[in-house]
Design a protein around this ligand. Sequence first.
Ligand code: AMP
Length: 273
Amino acid sequence: MTAPILRTKAALRDAVQGWKAAGESVGVVPTMGALHAGHLSLVEAAKAGCDRVIVTIFVNPKQFNTASDLENYPRTEVADAEKLAPYAVDAIYVPGAEEIYPEGFATSVLVSGLTDGLCGSHRPGHFDGVTTVCAKLFLQTLADRAYFGEKDYQQLQVVTRMARDLDLLTEVIGCPTVREADGLALSSRNVLLPPGTRAAAPALNRVLRQVAERLAEGESLGPVRFQAEAALREAGFSELEYIELRSADGSRHWNTPPGPLACSPPPGSAGCG
Ligand code: AMP
């Protein structure tokens, strides 16, 4: 049986208040829909960790940088509800835009520092959109725990910091990346990749792993990066926006030479939703 679809924060609040009154814990899995096995792994983690689970589906306009990306983003609500049926989640929250951004909405949540670099530089305002919507979803769902994928690693760090800095009562939990057999991380945007680009995309994971291994073995960044760029180009990447290296908590950077690189990963293969 498919879970109830709630479209207003009032309906959501009614459900959540009942659960909380009964002493039940609430987990939320925020998504933009077009669900795949990566999302469903978060649902499994939430089911294992919480009494009640809410999956939210909201294609958040504030985190898109281009109108065409927002317009083309896959929207598959009926199929999403069917995919969730076996997991018996307690609610699917699909708010209308006015439930998240009512008329006159004028507040933005901005995390500094962690949003510098990587997707923060290449998609101006993206993380402000993510943190603003996540703050709203955490407060609307009153979730005890929220489940995010490590696939969007910078996002996971940023949202974790936001929740801590604002004393939100929602604990952010990171979950491992689910990949295709060829190594490409599952992503809702993968369906938008033309066949040639899809064939090239797994090189990104392979090459980044090699970069990490070689740096861990003590090789210097310059040549490793140069060879990574060449390997990606060889695999069919025509452009590369950036290769930047960070420690897992973002506190250490290995700076790359200034100036644009010759070569961008195929759209959708990089890690910023
Ligand atoms: P999205 O719908 O793309 O905004 O993603 C919703 C959540 O699912 C985010 O926390 C993502 O990091 C997570 N997610 C997306 N793809 C994967 C994946 N392949 N493995 C694990 N988590 C994922």
